[in-house]
Design a protein around this ligand. Structure first.
Ligand SMILES: [Zn+2]
Ligand SMILES: [Zn+2]
Ligand SMILES: [Zn+2]
Length: 284
């Protein structure tokens, strides 16, 4: 599998355009990998993780196309991860051509929020009505935690995130070609149920992507931070959840406590993981 990071920031982009903090000022001056869009990722060219607000600009910047996306696995409905307008703009009614039917996989709560958001711009009625879904060239699948399902050629399993449980937030394992990836944002501390489920489902990962909202000198609250990611690297290796050569990447990186990319990369490298950046491509 080829994993492409389309965005690696938290809800505020990095730099946050309205912010004059030192981290934002230095990121602005450095440019390149220090400029982060809101988090989303692409696997090969056909599986999207999160229909995020910045996926268009990421595609423009990195010469990518989403024309072959056949499935989207959605973590949760927070606006830094879900821009419902994409469902309208990718339809034939907006002049988009040659777009395959897209399976959209999410929790029941996320689908409900998505329907509310689309209703703002879509008069015919709820997109959860199969007739309307067909008009928008999309097929909805309600994901139940811990139950693997097929998304195209990928075997996908959702895990409950420790993040706004009323939204049914999910983290995802994606498997194909004998390789496995875990995409773990947004979440605070992973529950023991999730750790046990990794073992019960026989999962061991070649790449792990984790929430890194908080920086090395902050106390994490509601999301993971640098210290927790460093601890998880140790635990995953100790429990055999990371295969030999397996890599761990930080994403959802917020400006308040994380330094610009070169400094964050150095801290991560000293603690056994890597800071992802927008446009990074990883062969998993
Ligand atoms: Zn988020
Ligand atoms: Zn800032
Ligand atoms: Zn969130």
């Amino acid at each position: 599998m080829r994993l492409t990071f389309l965005g690696t920031s938290a809800a505020d982009a990095f730099p946050e355009a309205f912010c004059s903090c030192d981290n934002c000022a230095r990121a602005r001056a450095l440019g390149g990998p220090s400029l982060r869009r809101r988090s989303a990722a692409l696997i090969d060219d056909d599986l999207l993780i999160d229909l995020g607000p910045d996926i268009h600009t990421a595609c423009h910047a990195f010469g990518l196309s989403l024309a072959h996306v056949r499935d989207c696995i959605q973590t949760h409905p927070h606006s830094d991860h879900l821009d419902a307008a994409h469902l309208l703009s990718r339809s034939a009614e907006y002049g988009t051509r040659g777009t395959p039917l897209m399976g959209f996989h999410a929790s029941a709560q996320t689908l409900q929020r998505l329907a509310w958001a689309v209703a703002r711009d879509f008069e015919p009625g709820s997109i959860l009505d199969p007739e309307n879904a067909q008009r928008l060239n999309v097929r909805f699948n309600t994901v139940a935690p811990y139950v693997p399902f097929a998304a195209g050629r990928y075997r996908v399993t959702g895990f409950p995130a420790n993040h706004d449980p009323a939204m049914g937030s999910l983290l995802y394992a994606v498997e194909a070609d004998g390789r496995a990836l875990f995409y773990g944002t947004d979440t605070a501390t992973l529950s023991e149920d999730v750790w046990q489920a990794f073992h019960r489902l026989g999962l061991a990962f070649d790449a792990v992507v984790l929430d890194h909202t908080y920086g090395p000198d902050q106390i994490a609250d509601g999301h993971l931070g640098a210290k927790e990611v460093a601890e998880y690297v140790v635990r995953m290796r100790a429990e055999g959840l990371l295969r030999p050569g397996g890599r761990v990447f930080a994403t959802h990186i917020a400006h308040e406590g994380n330094p610009p990319h070169p400094e964050l990369s150095a801290w991560a490298a000293a603690h056994g993981y890597e800071a992802a950046y927008d446009g990074l491509v990883v062969e998993v």
